[in-house]
Design a protein. Structure first.
Length: 320
């Protein structure tokens, strides 16, 4: 004769299984956990509506041929195959790489140099405001202004002629236009990253610099062995922000060298301009499937660059 043990699950008044209560959990804690879901739900709904659903729709659209109206024709990976076989897209990828890496090196080199110079300079708050000022101006205005400055009869060439240079460089020519754009993008971005780095440097306790001074460290050594290591986490975060922002560079390229109703030369296209040209061609039928495929590639590049930047610039946490 054997006895069988039966497990009885406690139920509430409506017959539903009662949730196990953690030791020490009060009624207030349970109510707060339930209300947490209520407050988070609207944010999750908005997040899904404006980001998740459009992203999934774009991924699906990238496998179709669609002009924006009418039925979608499923074409599989044809949009991706044609895109990577298109030399214009390959050139756009290369220009995007130059912006992300080339302009990024210029921006961080100038930002680090300004941080080193301005960290203990008198009146650095006023100088910081002046450096940050170009960031407050819309990129569209900067691109138009940059085009006027580097026109053949613009202010830059006029100044060079006063210095005795009879034939100034053709800044908007096919050979120099993209370096000129890179210079403009660097000038537009330096202020933002300099202010961020200066703010990070101001948070470092002065005692570390006093110890470095007692050890006879120079200004560069103080920056190299004190300032930079203690703000390295913020530098890695700004590197991610730069990579993502550089991938989305659009209005500066679009307006710098194009006229009304036309696209700029394909020699200066990046991935964003290529995607825009597929969706809104100057002439011909819109190709939203190809534009969506380019957008998916941009998304994957942003994810890859984010992971790469975080891994390459990873360091041990330093508390101070």
């Amino acid at each position: 004769m054997s006895a069988t043990a039966t497990l009885v699950t406690p139920t509430d008044a409506k017959g539903r299984p009662q949730r196990k209560i953690a030791p020490g959990e009060s009624a207030f804690d349970r109510t707060r956990r339930r209300s947490y879901r209520l407050f988070v739900a609207p944010a999750l709904i908005v997040f899904a509506a404006v980001l998740v659903v459009p992203t999934l729709f774009s991924v699906y659209t990238s496998f179709t041929q669609w002009a924006g109206t009418g039925p979608m024709e499923f074409v599989g990976f044809d949009n991706y195959v044609r895109m990577f076989r298109n030399p214009v897209f390959i050139g756009s990828m290369w220009n995007t790489f130059l912006i992300v890496v080339g302009v990024g090196i210029i921006v961080y080199a100038i930002a680090f140099a300004l941080t080193l110079v301005l960290q203990n300079t008198f009146g650095r708050k006023a100088i910081r405001s002046i450096i940050f000022f170009p960031t407050l101006i819309p990129g569209i205005v900067i691109s138009v202004l940059w085009g006027f400055l580097f026109n053949p009869d613009g202010l830059v060439n006029s100044f060079l002629k006063t210095l005795g240079i009879a034939e100034p460089p053709a800044w908007l020519g096919s050979q120099l236009i993209f370096p000129t754009i890179m210079l403009g993008l660097a000038w537009l971005s330096v202020g933002t990253y300099t202010v961020i780095l200066l703010a990070a440097a101001d948070r470092i306790p002065k005692e570390y610099y006093e110890v470095a001074d007692l050890a006879g460290a120079s200004a560069f050594q103080r920056f190299r062995y004190v300032t930079l290591p203690l703000m390295w986490d913020l530098v890695s975060v700004t590197a991610v922000l730069w990579c993502v922002g550089a991938l989305k560079t659009f209005e500066f390229l679009l307006l710098f060298s194009s006229s009304a109703g036309t696209l700029p030369s394909t020699d200066i296209w990046n991935i964003a301009i290529y995607s825009y040209a597929q969706a809104f061609p100057a002439n011909g039928l819109a190709k939203f499937g190809a534009a969506a495929a380019c957008g998916v590639v941009m998304l994957l590049l942003a994810l890859a660059l984010t992971i790469l930047a975080r891994r390459v610039m990873r360091s041990d946490d330093i508390e101070y």
